[in-house]
Design a protein around this ligand. Structure first.
Ligand SMILES: Cc1cc2nc3c(=O)[nH]c(=O)nc-3n(C[C@H](O)[C@H](O)[C@H](O)COP(=O)(O)O)c2cc1C
Length: 400
């Protein structure tokens, strides 16, 4: 007996929970695990939506069989080819040799490249439909949310949007599946951490896709993603949240991040943070860039409208962990933030130049003073740090 969960009379969740993988994409920590969601539509014809990571194929196949009994799978619909969802395709093909693998032209390229499969496929185009008996599925091609082949499948009978990675989040499913079974606030951070790190770079495409879905689909009754909760009580909530994040709409608050080896730059950052607090900022996040995983820093940067970055110089350049953060923010096209910067050095300098270069690459509003400290920060330098906190606070409060 394997626990599949019903979304409706004939639609079942047959996903799996992964509490073993430490780093998603070998990059992002998974302290709460992650789920790989797949769904079976058990109509006259049987359709699977996506599969699961290869490590879980056996459990997955048993779950599918448990739902469909002696029936065969007629269609495997591939919304996304990333291996955490496509990893079991080959095994499913072996178990159900007649099964048609359904995807768009780009999907087929990935299917051949990753798994050598070229036969038994069905290529669909944007807007195409597939009848399963009592229901018809409609396909929406959504390229670059967040891979070239990504698409979504809408069940027009039960009004379920199978959205691929869109609207997903980190965190495994601990007995619950639906948004109405949990306290959503608990999940928000892990969902935004997933969005900002995995999907955030493609924000404009996500926004365009959501606008299109809102225009073309009268009623989305449920959002069924490939990671995390299924949204049946309030599907609009996750769509609104994703839309907000995709446009980098933020709340009042400031994320202060410093890179420091011996504490001098840290004192500057703490002075800025104290000033922010004394000047009425209630949401302050202060991070040591060497010690806090970058995915959490990016998550908070996606939440708040202020950001202050300070770094020491290391071998004539900016401190390496800070460089990783700057590159990550540049590649996500960070914009619309109030920005403060400061650097420290002892002989050649280097950190502040890179922070100035960062300012040129992102569309943010630089707040004075820009501060550079040599050796240990003097009283004069710390006064400037306090002033920076004051000025950032007033701009942040102006913003919303
Ligand atoms: C390994 C190492 C390399 C450094 N490289 C440079 C450098 O190339 N140019 C420079 O001006 N200062 C350099 N510094 C000095 C630091 O940037 C400077 O002392 C800074 O104030 C240290 O800040 P912290 O106490 O926050 O770590 C280096 C320091 C260390 C320990």
């Amino acid at each position: 007996m394997y626990n599949s969960i019903k979304l409706s009379e004939n639609v079942h969740w047959v996903g799996v929970n992964d509490k073993e993988t430490d780093l998603f994409e070998s990059l992002w920590p998974l302290p709460e695990g992650i789920s790989y969601n797949s769904y079976v539509i058990n109509d006259d014809k049987v359709a699977l939506i996506d599969t699961v990571k290869i490590n879980y194929t056996d459990t997955y196949l048993e779950k599918v069989k448990d739902v469909i009994g002696d029936k065969k799978v007629d269609y495997l619909i591939i919304n996304h080819m990333e291996p955490d969802h496509s990893g079991s395709i080959k095994s499913m093909r072996e178990a159900f040799p007649e099964m048609k693998i359904v995807g768009n032209a780009k999907t087929m390229n990935f299917l051949e490249g990753f798994y050598g499969i070229t036969e038994g496929t069905m290529v669909i185009e944007d807007g195409d439909e597939l009848n399963l008996g009592s229901r018809t599925l409609k396909f929406y091609l959504t390229p670059m949310v967040h891979w070239p082949e990504t698409m979504m499948t809408f069940d027009q009978k039960d009004k379920i949007l199978f959205a691929g990675d869109a609207f997903g989040g980190f965190g495994s499913l601990n007995g619950y599946l639906f948004d109405d079974e949990v306290n959503i606030e608990y999940f928000e951070d892990e969902i935004r951490r997933y969005f900002s790190n995995i999907i955030g770079k493609y924000g404009p495409v996500v926004h365009k896709t959501i606008s299109r879905l809102r225009k073309e689909i009268d009623q989305i009754g449920m959002v069924a993603t490939t990671h995390g909760l299924v949204w049946r009580e309030d599907p609009a909530h996750i769509i609104d949240e994703y839309d907000k994040w995709s446009q980098q709409q933020t709340e009042n608050g400031v994320v202060v991040v410093y890179g420091s080896m011996y504490g001098n730059t840290k004192i500057m950052a703490e002075t800025v943070a104290r000033s922010l607090s004394e000047n009425g900022i209630e949401q302050i996040r202060l991070f040591d860039v060497s010690r806090k995983d970058i995915s959490y820093i990016i998550n908070d940067i996606w939440k708040y409208n202020g950001i202050v970055l300070g770094s020491c110089t290391y071998n004539t350049e900016i401190f390496p962990p800070m460089e990783y953060l700057l590159k990550s923010l540049e590649s996500r096209n960070l914009r619309n933030r109030v920005l403060g910067i400061f650097g420290s050095y002892s002989w050649s300098g280097g950190a502040l130049d890179r922070l100035k270069d960062f300012k040129e690459k992102v569309n943010c509003n630089l707040v004075e003073p820009v501060i550079e400290s040599q050796f240990a920060p003097s009283g004069d330098i710390l006064e400037k740090c306090y002033l920076l906190g004051e000025n950032v606070a007033s701009k942040v409060k102006e913003n919303n």
